[in-house]
Ligand binder design. Structure first.
Ligand SMILES: C[S@@+](CC[C@H](N)C(=O)[O-])C[C@H]1O[C@@H](n2cnc3c(N)ncnc32)[C@H](O)[C@@H]1O
Length: 267
């Protein structure tokens, strides 16, 4: 698919810088999973975790440091190279990485897991969620669960350059099925790279629920949060203990992120 190929090239441009940024942050103890994820995941020591869209492996390392056996998966070969290098350099054990499109993972990988985990900037890079849900379910043990933490589609509708000024201009319609083209990528853990093609899809809350329920899973909870995990412009305040950003004007107005946990459905 041409959009996925373009995304692969775009993300590859960031791989080395992401490796450098996250290696340093992990060494200095500055990188950890955000507080909602840590609280909701609970004790994962000894669990076998499949980490989808792992980028250069920073959160895979964080999961492994909680005692899990982690397999990270990413579309970009350069990310997988740097993820392996970083884990080795940090002396992290019980971690490995697979280069694959998440939607084609079943072609190359055949195991099962206690937890399928994906977080912070993930589902929008996928053209549709039904097949993604099928893949997630495929890798779960009968007692396993899928955990997702990502951008809330409500917040994703608005022009990101105006959100910080409390201006709510709908730039990405909620019901849009077409991919949006961005001509830049990065800017959070690497410098912004311009002149690329990066394709991103809007997925409604009902698409997310359907991806779970139509693939033999049961939603245990769906939580919504006013904090964001990236700096979306304006006067955002970083909460270091929580690993999240918040607008002072938005502690209770609208959701910026969500999480859910889904287990295997039993009749
Ligand atoms: C914002 S990053 C996610 C980072 C994540 N928070 C982490 O570090 O664990 C998005 C990642 O999705 C990956 N990606 C995009 N499309 C993908 C696909 N179809 N299959 C697998 N990975 C994909 C990109 O290569 C990129 O590394």
């Amino acid at each position: 698919m041409k959009e996925i190929d373009a995304n692969q090239k775009a993300w590859a441009l960031l791989a080395r810088e992401h490796y450098e940024t996250y290696s340093l942050a992990l060494r200095e103890g500055r990188h950890h999973l955000n507080s909602h994820i840590l609280r909701e995941l609970g004790d994962i020591s000894g669990k076998k975790v499949l980490h989808l869209q792992c980028n250069t492996g920073a959160d895979s390392v964080a999961l492994a440091r909680l005692g899990a056996q982690v397999t990270g998966v990413d579309l970009v070969q350069e990310n997988i190279h740097y993820a392996g290098k970083m884990a080795a350099e940090l002396g992290v054990e019980g971690i490995r990485f697979i280069w694959s499109d998440v939607l084609k993972l079943t072609d190359v990988h055949d195991e099962s897991y206690d937890i399928v985990f994906t977080s912070e900037g993930v589902l929008g890079w996928l053209p549709e969620l039904r097949d993604w849900g099928r893949v997630a379910r495929r890798y779960l043990n009968e007692d396993g669960f899928l955990y997702v933490f990502d951008s809330h589609p409500f917040m994703m509708m608005f022009d990101e350059t105006r959100l910080g000024q409390e201006e709510y201009l709908i730039k990405y319609p909620y019901f849009d099925h077409e991919a949006d083209l961005e001509e830049s990528i990065g800017g959070y853990a690497a410098k912004e790279h311009k002149g690329v093609e990066a394709w991103f899809w809007m997925h409604k809350v009902s698409d997310i629920v359907d991806a779970v329920s139509l693939n033999g899973m049961h939603l245990e909870y769906f939580h919504e949060f006013p904090e964001n995990f990236w700096r979306s412009g304006g006067d955002m305040v970083y909460l270091p203990e929580e690993g999240l950003y918040v607008y002072p004007h938005n502690r209770d107005k609208y959701p910026m992120s969500y999480s859910f946990k889904a287990t295997v459905y039993r009749r």
